[in-house]
Design a protein around this ligand. Structure first.
Ligand code: NAP
Length: 315
């Protein structure tokens, strides 16, 4: 499988990243380990998580997803077969991007992940309260100490990403090699335009999240009744099940038929075809779902199919 460079970090990843927010939430430990096995056996190598996952689940505190990955790494002894991507800043127990928080948060993540290094350590969100040079100096020290191989940002505006890159260049510090924005057929605004310009000019890896719009782009939610009792029901109802979403689904149905693939595969292949994108992040809660998603990496969408999908929301 063709690997793609993660910015200028020297690391490279297969064209789909597994989203680890399901581990310990909608996938129990045994299923999570089966999913990780199937993903790596399928030739993929990058797993995304965060210290805060899955603090939103009643009875959870955060740290659960990293711990599930850590026990899998230990049980399988496959540390060198995977790139572990985790994040700091959004966990109420370890908030923000101050040097003090980064220095202590990384130790917690390393312990839960049962490893001595994180391949890509990401700022989960911007922190306007902390000077950027303080954050980047702290990350730079982690790289020099071998605790992180590269750093990335998530949910930064193009302007703030550009500023951070300038601080790194001016001070000779490690720079954010990746950005993790929200991007899918429904949510295009964060990436298309100003962010694309920065990431292309600066050779930043783009690993967007919500590739399936929380499952909406699989086509399985079409009416409010489809959402009842579903873990993602509230998100899908709030953000996607609306006239714009239904127009996009109609175009997705047509595209899926035209290329003899599933809606989920077309949704991910459309992201993979976006010129600035390195690899989308998506999650799955069963091996069947994951097998379908991995198939997207073999799907090349014809230009006319991409054009129709691009025009879907205004159709
Ligand atoms: N940086 C950030 O701020 C941020 C924010 C959100 C997410 N993320 C990252 O991005 C990853 C992906 O986001 P996400 O997991 O929330 O959303 P997603 O990838 O858009 O949606 C995945 C969900 O869709 C369903 N699904 C997947 N494949 C399917 C198939 N073939 N058929 C039917 N249903 C299928 C599964 O949920 P069900 O089986 O439960 O329906 C799965 O958990 C996260 O795991 C996380 O790593 C980052």
């Amino acid at each position: 499988m063709n690997h793609r460079p993660l910015g200028r970090s020297g690391l490279s990843i297969a064209p789909l990243v597994f989203g680890g927010n399901v581990f310990g939430w909608t996938a129990d430990e045994a299923m999570s380990h089966r999913l990780l096995d199937a993903f790596v056996d399928g030739g993929f190598n990058a797993v995304d998580t965060a210290d805060v996952y899955s603090a939103w689940v009643p009875g959870h505190t955060g740290g659960e997803s990293e711990s599930v990955i850590g026990r899998w790494l230990k049980a399988r002894g496959r540390r060198d077969d995977v790139l572990v991507l985790t994040k700091v800043a959004m966990w109420p127990a370890q908030p923000g991007l101050s040097a003090t928080n980064i220095v202590s948060a990384v130790e917690g993540s390393l312990k839960r992940l049962q490893t001595d290094h994180i391949d890509l350590y990401q700022a989960h969100q911007d922190d306007a309260e902390t000077p950027m040079d303080e954050t980047l100096e702290a990350f730079d020290r982690l790289i020099k100490a071998g605790k992180a191989r590269a750093i990335g940002a998530s949910n930064f505006t193009p302007g703030r990403l550009g500023q951070a890159l300038k601080v790194s260049a001016d001070k000779g510090l490690a720079r954010y090699e990746t950005i993790q924005p929200k991007f899918n057929l429904y949510d295009r605004g964060e990436v298309e335009g100003a962010l694309d310009a920065v990431t292309t000019r600066e050779e930043i890896g783009v690993i967007p999240y919500y590739g399936l719009a929380a499952g909406f782009l699989t086509g399985k939610y079409r009416t409010p009744a489809d959402l009842e009792g579903k873990a993602r029901g509230r998100t899908v109802a709030r953000d996607y099940l609306n006239p714009k979403g239904l127009k996009i689904l109609a175009a997705l149905d047509e595209a899926a038929k035209a290329v003899s693939a599933s809606q989920a595969q077309v949704a991910l292949a459309w992201i993979m075809a976006h010129p600035s994108v390195t690899a989308p992040i998506a999650s799955a809660t069963s091996v069947e779902q994951l097998t379908e998603l991995m198939g997207a990496a073999r799907l090349v969408l014809p230009a006319e199919v991409i054009a129709k999908l691009n025009a879907a929301e205004t159709a």
